[in-house]
Design a binder for this molecule. Structure first.
Ligand code: ADP
Ligand code: MG
Length: 591
């Protein structure tokens, strides 16, 4: 007997499942499907991303609805348009051999009247984003007063996105005796609140440990100065020539900026965030799936649920605000039994957050060093050699061979190899030969220490916050609980300031400002770059000029294009132009 049949699924679904090539039910499917088929119950199911949750609720839902009735019987709420479409597609595939069963997706940013028409034709199952669903209820375009099942998919993410009120309002339009099936990757307390409020004695199933990421993913962090984040990102990419990655930034602005810089520097990169039009987003996702884009720079919301296998690296350009979100990010790699790496670029002031993440994922991070220019050159060199060894010979050049041979006949094989590599490799080598060490020391070492034993800090408050050097000094003395003379060189600028303390206080200063708020605003203190530079101390080997501005300028004008990374085409750039141009959209469109 087929393993899906054994779970109690009917012939039509089993046939579709066979066609889709599913052979064995996943753990969450194995646990959830028999319960949902046999019992009329609420359920809370926790399973990490990529474990097949869609089928875990989709199969039973399809079995339960009556395809002979045109009434809407099942509602699936999901946080984004992409997920809505993904779920709808999956459901259509599952129900391929069930005539008369219609699943309709409703989401923001597309014609509401078209969607209303589709529903009018009869949709037993609706898959919706909460915002658009609310709209359609208010405009009486849908009737969900008779549904038997309501699925809250990616419940944690819907709550993260602020859909609580919408969900509450939507559920108030549904019958009390329906069953609610909640699926989530994580179980923050907001989700348990929902479970308590809107569900009655749900069965709870958990696959793996709560909140634990895939076991195929290893976690690494790299400590750099905030200012070197971008340079560090490039090195990580260059040290992994076959990278196929999702890079997470905290804001849409950073996402856009990092992607633009990468494109300018010759990488196949694109941005994915909520300010792009849907058309642009679709194009970006298409190029990513086809591997035309190697580095997809995305916001958490935009990348949520993206179902692309073979992602080799997830790079946390910045850690997420909500530590829980890290699990979702790292879940973009290590899918389908493959292994993956999740990398975090942190500044010294954030390094404590790594511990917090470790507690959540119950795994340890490995502290790694940003590769040196020399290492990268080595990696690239071997990569090139392997590429050459693997490439197929193009016989169209055969007819030119005699004259080419003539030009090259005086060289030995060894010389030819050297020459060939020099042609291909010099630019790479030139770019990296003077590259400095980007790693910062863990504890007031070479980066922040100084000959006079003091550390200089940057703080993001200044004159515009009403400070002058005396009031700032008093303020710092108060919060740091340091003596009169402990603070020196307090230097207040328009929107930021600098100050020094003895290096022995460095830990304490960073700890106090780790999560410090002033009138609700986050006050940020970082070790200032000036610490080293003003005293002319070189940091790390190979650093020749000590001036980052100059270094960056040089890099730019070089127009350096790493081997194998074509200049991006117009399509990639298509994804770049939406920022700031569109009107602010409604929440149903936000992602
Ligand atoms: P989740 O919602 O848990 O993140 P999905 O439902 O999106 O995961 O499933 C992830 C991928 O795995 C999809 O491409 C889906 O088609 C596939 N999949 C789901 N169940 C199985 C199965 N039993 N066997 C093989 N592939 C499956
Ligand atoms: Mg899912």
């Amino acid at each position: 007997m087929n393993k899906f049949e054994a779970l109690g699924l009917g012939e039509a679904i089993v046939k579709a499942v066979n066609e889709m090539g599913f052979e064995t039910p996943s753990e969450v499917q194995e646990k959830a499907i028999p319960i949902l088929l046999n019992e009329e119950t609420d359920i809370v199911a926790l399973a990490q991303t990529g474990t097949g949750k869609t089928a875990a609720f989709g199969f039973p839902l399809i079995e339960k609805v009556d395809s002979n009735s045109r009434i809407t019987q099942g509602l699936i709420l999901s946080p984004t348009r992409e997920l809505c479409l993904q779920i709808t597609n999956e459901l259509k595939n599952y129900s391929k051999f069930i005539p008369g069963l219609h699943t309709v997706a409703i989401y923001g940013g597309a014609s509401i009247t078209d969607q209303a028409k589709q529903i009018k034709r009869g949709a037993q199952i609706i898959v919706a984003t909460p915002g658009r669903m609310q709209d359609m209820i208010n405009r009486k375009m849908v009737d969900i007063t008779n549904i038997g099942y309501c699925v809250l998919d990616e419940a944690d993410e819907m709550l993260n996105m602020g859909f609580y009120e919408d969900i509450k309002a939507i559920l108030s339009n549904t019958p009390d005796d329906k069953n609610t099936w909640l699926f989530s990757a994580t179980m923050p307390k907001e989700v348990s609140t929902i479970a308590k409020r809107f569900m009655s004695s749900p069965v709870e199933i958990t696959v793996g440990h709560k909140n634990i990421g895939s076991k195929n993913v290893s976690h690494e962090y790299y400590m750099v100065n905030s200012r070197d984040r971008y340079a560090a990102l490039k090195r990580l990419a260059d040290a992994n020539p076959d990278i196929f990655s999702v890079i997470f930034c905290r804001t849409k602005r950073d996402t856009q900026k990092v992607a633009e810089n990468l494109i300018e520097d010759g990488y196949n990169a694109a941005a994915l965030h909520g300010d792009l039009s849907q058309n642009q987003r679709d194009l970006v996702m298409k190029s990513f799936r086809n591997r035309q884009i190697q580095m997809l720079v995305a916001t958490d919301v935009a990348a949520r649920g993206i179902d692309v296998d073979d992602v080799t690296h997830v790079i946390n350009y910045q850690l997420p605000d909500e530590i829980e979100t890290y699990t979702h990010r790292s879940g973009r790699t290590g899918r389908a039994g493959k292994s993956g790496v999740s990398m975090v670029i942190v500044s010294k002031s954030e390094v404590r957050k790594i511990k917090a993440v470790e507690r959540i994922i119950k795994k340890n991070f490995e502290k790694k060093e940003i590769p040196s220019g020399e290492e990268i050159c080595q990696v690239q060199l071997f990569h090139l050699a392997n590429d050459i060894a693997k490439s197929e010979i193009n016989h169209e050049i055969d007819s030119y061979l005699p004259s080419i041979n003539e030009v090259l006949e005086d060289f030995t094989k060894e010389e030819l190899i050297k020459k060939f590599f020099s042609v291909e490799f010099s630019r790479f080598h030139n770019y990296y030969k003077n590259a400095r060490d980007l790693n910062t020391a863990g504890d007031g070492g070479r980066d922040s220490g100084s000959s006079d034993g003091s550390t200089r800090y940057f703080i993001n408050v200044g004159e515009k916050d009403g400070f002058d050097w005396m009031t700032l000094k008093d303020f710092l003395k108060g919060v740091l609980e340091l003596g009169r003379d402990a603070l020196t060189r307090v230097d207040v600028k328009e929107s930021f300031s600098f100050f020094n303390t003895a290096s022995e206080h460095q830990e304490k200063v960073l700890a106090v400002f780790e999560d410090f708020r002033m009138e609700g605003r986050k006050v940020n203190v970082e070790i200032s770059k000036d610490s080293g530079r003003n005293r002319g101390r070189g940091r790390g080997r190979g650093r020749r000029d000590g001036n980052d501005g100059g270094y960056k300028g040089k890099r730019r004008s070089e127009g350096f294009t790493p081997k194998g990374k074509k200049r991006s085409n117009r399509e990639d750039r298509g994804g770049q132009s939406g920022n700031g141009r569109r009107d602010r959209r409604k929440r149903s469109d936000r992602r």
